[in-house]
Ligand binder design. Structure first.
Ligand code: 5GP
Ligand code: ZN
Length: 147
């Protein structure tokens, strides 16, 4: 059976990790999903609570995103950012979105980062190591409770 996402003119990219997460072929710690987007925890968080907001359609970057998809991502970010900040007790929250390798993008399926920020810790966009599974499990539960 064909999934609606696969019918998309932008196509599902079988080599794309986020398309595989969306299709249920790869695991993620999901926070939210609707007809347009999915949100899940970053596997290698800069800080605990690092969240990604991802359109269901495979857009490499922002340049092919529709106004509606951009608006949906922005709307959900506006909802989720205070939850992440509150649950992680962060001093601030970085909203980052990279387009192209030159900008530091490493996964070529559009996504927006929500990254808790703390006084005295230099802001970063990328973590290095995958976080321990128990830490991610506890965080996804805490964020779900906060939503
Ligand atoms: P970019 O550099 O493209 O802006 O960010 C890509 C992000 O995706 C990185 O923060 C990276 O840790 C995250 N990431 C890469 N692979 C996976 C994965 O398989 N699952 C999850 N949840 N995050 C991933
Ligand atoms: Zn993709």
């Amino acid at each position: 059976m064909q999934d609606a996402v696969f019918d998309d003119p932008h196509g599902h990219d079988p080599n794309c990790i986020f398309c595989n997460i969306i299709a249920g072929n790869a695991p993620c710690r999901e926070l939210y999903r609707d007809d347009t987007l999915i949100a899940f925890l970053d596997i290698a968080p800069v800080q605990p609570g690092h969240t990604l907001i991802v359109p269901l359609r495979h857009h490499v970057d922002m340049f092919t995103m529709s106004d509606e998809e951009m608006a949906a991502v922005a709307r959900f970010a506006r909802y989720m950012a205070p939850v992440v900040k509150l649950v992680t007790d962060a001093d601030g929250l970085g909203v980052h979105q990279l387009n192209g390798a030159a900008a530091g993008q490493t996964v070529f399926h559009y996504h927006m980062h929500l990254i808790p920020a703390f006084e005295g810790k230099p802001p970063k966009i990328h973590g290095r190591e995958p976080a321990p599974a128990e830490e991610l499990d506890a965080m996804v539960e805490a964020l779900r409770r906060g939503m």
